[in-house]
Design a protein around this ligand. Structure first.
Ligand SMILES: [Zn+2]
Length: 445
């Protein structure tokens, strides 16, 4: 990468969720008022899910102001006496949820389509087109003729020429009806708020309530002030709340981060570099302890499954275990970046978690391994520090000798090549191959 690209990179911003916490216990009276807002917020969302989440409303979702206007006219806001800020934020949140629900439905139909052996290639091609072009998709589901902008229309006429369109539309509608479920929110966990409805001050935050001109004051543990849209999450039993604030931060860039490194991930040691440095060596230990505890809990749960008063305690302990492992992972990832000072990190694209079957104990252990979490955190930290993270193809990577390229043997965590005599830690060998493949451009884009 040239210098120009490097400089552009350093001006990138990274979105991060910052958390703020209430100090002390929120009075029961104030908590009740906050819960009332959360409850109304939930009602508004469910109303939107119910009215606009179905097949017939697809075309109203883009652009969103149709929904917004209809919600204004619905009279629901007046009925609930909810401040308009909360009302519209609930509407927008519900619309966003519905849109992601549609994305999920479409990808489900798309994956079934790929496996369907009864469809001709032209038919699959046509159906994929419908799933891709929103207006065409909406028209088909609403049983309207497909009418598109001129350039899209030409393409549509082209792909529809070779198929029985009616038959395809019936197939698509059937699939969508089968997999598209309406959303519903059962729990009122909190609500979003924006600059008009809150004000920081006096070591806390003033939140708009349902009573006119009366704000609820909540003391906070820090003095930070933000101006963006925030999310208030309530914990009524504990008498506390958390505030989630999305913050855009300029990515930091380090002039001394110049190294190219290869990494190999493992179950026992989180990450090993191409020079044999290890990060997260205690991950396996933590995981094993956690797995053992879960196993004992499950056994005792099965014995006393009739009623279980300890369930809450169990959840709390489980959360503590996860938090402990996550904080360990984050510390070790930070240490890796600080120590290795990488400009580029190459990793193997991790395979998806294996399907059930095989050795159950090992599967249980592996599923506990925080694969997805480590990958997500590494990606986020690389973004924050302007480190390039590149995935390489992983096929056969652990069997290959990083010295001569031939196939070697692995035993007790060691890699031994009988051709050239190379011997190293198995993970170190993999990390060396990863770096080699990365530098050779065998990367995934
Ligand atoms: Zn060799």
């Amino acid at each position: 990468m040239g210098n120009v690209a490097r400089m552009e990179k350093s001006s990138e911003t990274v979105c991060k969720i910052v958390c703020q916490y209430s100090r002390g216990r929120i009075s029961a009276k104030d908590m009740e008022k906050l819960q009332e807002i959360a409850e109304d917020y939930r009602k508004v969302k469910n109303y939107v899910y119910d009215r606009f989440g179905g097949i017939g409303s697809l075309s109203k979702l883009y652009p969103g102001y149709t929904v917004q206007n209809e919600m204004t006219q619905s009279g629901l806001r007046g009925e609930l006496k909810l401040p308009s800020v909360y009302f519209y934020l609930a509407v927008f949140e519900a619309i966003a949820d519905i849109k992601s629900q549609w994305t999920r439905t479409k990808s489900k139909v798309l994956s079934l389509l790929a496996k369907n052996e009864n469809l001709e290639p032209e038919e699959k091609h046509y159906l994929r087109y419908l799933l891709k072009v929103n207006n065409a998709f909406a028209a088909v589901l609403e049983e309207e003729p497909v009418e598109l902008k001129s350039e899209l229309q030409a393409k549509y006429d082209e792909v529809s020429k070779y198929v029985d369109a009616e038959k395809m539309h019936r197939y698509l509608c059937r699939q969508v009806r089968r997999y598209h479920t309406k959303l519903h929110s059962d729990r009122a966990e909190g609500f979003a708020s924006s600059g008009k409805a809150y004000r920081y001050g006096d070591h806390g935050i003033y939140l708009a309530s349902k009573e006119r001109h009366k704000r609820i004051f909540v003391e906070l543990t820090d003095g930070n002030q933000y101006g963006s849209q925030i999310y208030i999450k309530l914990y009524p039993k504990e008498g506390k709340l958390h505030i989630h604030v999305p913050v855009n931060r300029a990515a930091r860039s380090h002039s001394d981060y110049v190294n190219q490194i290869g990494l190999a991930a493992g179950v026992y040691t989180m990450l090993t570099t191409d020079t044999g440095q290890r990060y997260g060596e205690r991950l396996g230990e933590y995981q094993k302890e956690y797995a053992g505890w879960i196993k004992r809990q499950t056994a005792s749960y099965n014995r006393n499954c009739k009623d279980n008063p300890g369930r809450k305690k169990y959840e709390a302990k489980k959360r503590r275990y996860t938090e402990q492992i996550h904080s360990y992972i984050n510390c070790e990832l930070n240490r890796l970046l600080r120590t290795e000072k990488p400009r580029t990190i190459y990793t193997v694209k991790l395979p998806k978690a294996q399907a059930a079957g095989g050795n159950r104990r090992v599967n249980g252990f592996l599923s506990m391994w925080q694969r997805g979490y480590i990958r997500k955190r590494l990606a986020q930290k690389c973004k924050e520090q302007s480190v390039e993270l590149v995935e390489v193809f992983g096929k056969g990577i652990s069997k290959e000798c990083s010295e001569c390229g031939r196939e070697g043997n692995r035993k007790n965590g060691m890699f031994i090549c009988s051709f050239c005599g190379y011997e190293a830690d198995e993970k170190e060998n993999t990390a060396r191959n990863t770096l080699k493949r990365g530098l050779a451009g065998q990367t995934i884009h």
